[in-house]
Design a protein around this ligand. Sequence first.
Ligand code: ARG
Length: 300
Amino acid sequence: MSANLYRTISDLKGFSLRNCPPMPEPSGVLMCPPDHFQVLAVKNPYMSRHVGAVDVEKARRQWDELVAAFEKAGCPVRLVEATPGLEDMVFTANSSLAGTRPDGEKVALISSMRHASRRRETEAFEAWYERNGYRVARLKSGGHETFEGSGDAVWHPGKRLLWGGHGFRTDPAMFEQVAETFKTPVILLKLVNERFYHLDTCFCPLTPEAVLVYPSAFDAASLELILKIFPIVVTCSEADAVARMACNAAVWRSKTAIIQKGATVAVGHMKAMGLDVVEVDTSEFVKSGGSVYCMKQYLF
Ligand code: ARG
């Protein structure tokens, strides 16, 4: 196993946030309009009661409001055109992971999606990245191993460090290539609860020091890693985590948190941490198992 991957606290010898180099904050987000958004087949537990039940016009209004919330927070929004027939493309976090290497090169690592219905999403993103100054990197995989981009690979705010979730959508072996592509260490976290099938459903860094988590989504070794690295770990209530996908909030530059409305306990934690909180309604997207964080890709 590469020296750049950490699975247990005994692997962490000598590693701490203090000796982790800084990394530039994101420069904006990449989003995709929900032109073809639908819940068609059940890919996660959220979707099971909602097949065919998306209110398309409401979804469009909610997406427009989310774009406005990012812009109001000072976060520029770039757009990729929706491809007909790709009902999950609105979740732009999943089909790639954008970032920088230590020499400043901008790289987009293209995902290898678990579900066949999502595999064609990557084409439009590859083209977008090529037009916008990124080097496009592809995974070497035997065709079976999967990696779902920033759904499962979350940048630590302001640090050259990635958190890598695996267990449902991403194979742990893929993080060797992720670490190599970005020349960045990855701390691996094992997900054990299928409702929290992507890391961004149960793990939300608020600042470089604080993270919001839903603890029972992780195995014990993973929780230890989180507690070892983050000085402040706040827990999300079950109601906020499940019904409102509160850990799928996005925090812009450790200043403004954008979160599904009604997650009272999580909002309290965020405000106590000094964040401005903007509540938005993403209920049509929660039917598909996604909310704020996964409806955008951080750009650099
Ligand atoms: N319906 C999509 C899927 O199951 C939702 C993806 C949401 N993304 C996320 N990172 N949580 O693939």
